[in-house]
Design a protein around this ligand. Structure first.
Ligand SMILES: Cc1cc2nc3c(=O)[nH]c(=O)nc-3n(C[C@H](O)[C@H](O)[C@H](O)COP(=O)(O)O)c2cc1C
Length: 183
């Protein structure tokens, strides 16, 4: 029985997304008292403040899943040196209407994988700005700017040996962070 339910938000809708692969692989490094569920963001409408009083079912579902979680895990690509629009759209939905921010106070971790050399560093920094405004305590260290290259994953989609060692430490710190901050 898990004591900590984590809502995982993947910032890519791509079928063969490296970030989804990373999200699926890293959760296996967590202790059994943690369980993880990816929230669905591909059916959310574009955020429109006019709809705040009458949100779509997909928006209601997203907010219920975020509110029911003890922690958050964001795994995102970098698009044009920032976060993908689909991720920002999901965050905007779950943070509104004003005063009903589903993220408030929930501890978070941020990870990202990119084929580019800086491994989503700028996207993660932008995301941290947004999360700070939304009152989300976000793990500062270790940072995880994952460069997608041979050996990151093995043929079964699990983490390769070197990346596993690095990310096990990341997960250990994340677990401690969630335990410290979860109500
Ligand atoms: C619209 C777009 C913008 C991108 N911009 C960046 C970027 O700023 N930095 C970067 O490292 N990679 C960039 N990329 C490449 C992505 O890192 C790469 O497509 C990655 O595989 C996307 O993540 P995913 O595999 O999880 O979908 C961009 C890709 C797209 C489609």
């Amino acid at each position: 029985m898990s004591n900590y339910q984590i809502a995982v938000v993947v910032g890519s809708l791509r079928k063969d997304s490296f970030n989804r692969l990373l999200a699926n692989a890293i959760v296996k490094l967590a202790p059994s008292e943690f369980s993880f569920k990816q929230v669905k963001i591909d059916d959310l409408p574009l955020y429109n403040q006019d709809d705040d009083a009458n949100p779509a079912e997909s928006v209601k579902r997203l907010k219920i899943e975020i509110k029911g979680a003890q922690g958050l895990l964001f795994v995102t690509p970098e698009y044009n040196r920032s976060i993908p629009g689909v991720l920002k759209n999901a965050i905007d939905h779950a943070s509104r209407p004003y005063g009903q921010n589903a993220f408030s106070g929930k501890p978070a971790g941020v990870l990202g994988a990119s084929v580019g050399a800086i491994g989503t560093a700028l996207a993660q920094q932008h995301l941290r700005n947004v999360l700070a405004y939304l009152d989300v305590p976000t793990l500062g260290q270790p940072e995880a700017f994952i460069h997608v290259k041979d050996g990151l994953f093995d043929e079964t989609g699990n983490l390769g040996a070197d990346s596993k060692k690095f990310l096990q430490n990341w997960m250990d710190q994340y677990v401690a962070w969630v335990k410290k901050h979860a109500a």
